[in-house]
Design a protein around this ligand. Structure first.
Ligand SMILES: *Cc1c(COP(=O)(O)O)cnc(C)c1O
Length: 238
């Protein structure tokens, strides 16, 4: 996709985000855009940077590492979030290149992130991924294991980790009611966790992709993750 198309798509999405905020809340609420560049070449990322976009999301660590470790040399304020399910053996590279891991879904992953961050003396943001889609496997399996992770964090087990919110992927369906339910559930869960653990400050809600970001914003998303609507369809054969 060329420069112009990406630039137009970006401003169209940003306008649409603002418009949804105004319609829903009567004012701009500052929803952030994480531009998902997986399967798209470095050149597409550069086009987006040239249009003012600095936050990107990738879900495969090796691909992200190759693309972004180089880009970061030229663009020092570039910011990358890891958004896809993360194998333990990929954590070392993941923490090197990203400022936030949005897809934390188990205690053992937190332990590895802590271990790798302490080695390079880095503090990293994370989001707890909440399982709200039947067919997807990602996300904490149950609230008890999520609460255990939170309690371990509050007890000082993860000094290099900064939990800042929740993330979810809505089920793959055209049924708006089901999608909305996934987002409103995650919103309520964040509220409940903040009440239950006053020392925890979960502020971010990463919800919404190309097909459902408007619903997500209406349900309180603070961070949308959008790929296709900006970069076009992904070619999974490359
Ligand atoms: C790919 C991906 C997105 C972006 O999806 P689009 O439909 O292309 O906007 C968002 N979140 C996650 C976790 C993804 O893997």
């Amino acid at each position: 996709m060329n420069d112009n198309l990406i630039s137009n798509n970006l401003s169209r999405i940003l306008d649409s985000i603002y418009e949804t905020e105004i319609k829903t809340f009567g004012k701009k609420t500052g929803t952030k855009l994480c531009c998902v560049s997986k399967f798209h070449p470095k050149e597409s990322v550069i086009s987006a940077i040239n249009s003012g976009q600095l936050l990107f999301g990738e879900n495969r660590v090796q691909e992200a590492y190759e693309k972004f470790s180089e880009l970061k040399k030229s663009y020092s304020n570039l910011d990358l979030h890891i958004i896809g399910s993360l194998q333990t053996n990929k954590v070392k590279k993941a923490v090197q290149i990203s400022s936030c891991i949005q897809s934390v879904d188990r205690e053992s992953l937190l332990e590895e992130i802590e271990k790798q961050c302490s080695k390079i003396d880095k503090r990293i943001d994370i989001l707890f991924e909440i399982h709200t889609g039947e067919e997807s496997k990602s996300g904490y399996k149950d609230i008890e294991s999520l609460e255990l992770s939170i309690e371990n964090f509050l007890n000082g087990k993860f000094p290099h980790i900064n939990p800042i919110g929740l993330m979810t992927m809505a089920p793959f369906t055209d049924d708006e009611k089901i999608i909305r339910k996934s987002f409103s559930y995650t919103y309520k869960l964040k509220d409940e966790l903040n009440k239950l653990y006053p020392n925890l400050q979960l502020t971010e809600l990463s919800m919404g992709m190309s097909g459902d970001y408007k619903i997500a914003i209406q349900e309180g998303s603070t961070l949308v993750r959008i790929g296709t609507a900006i970069f076009g369809e992904r070619n999974y054969n490359v």
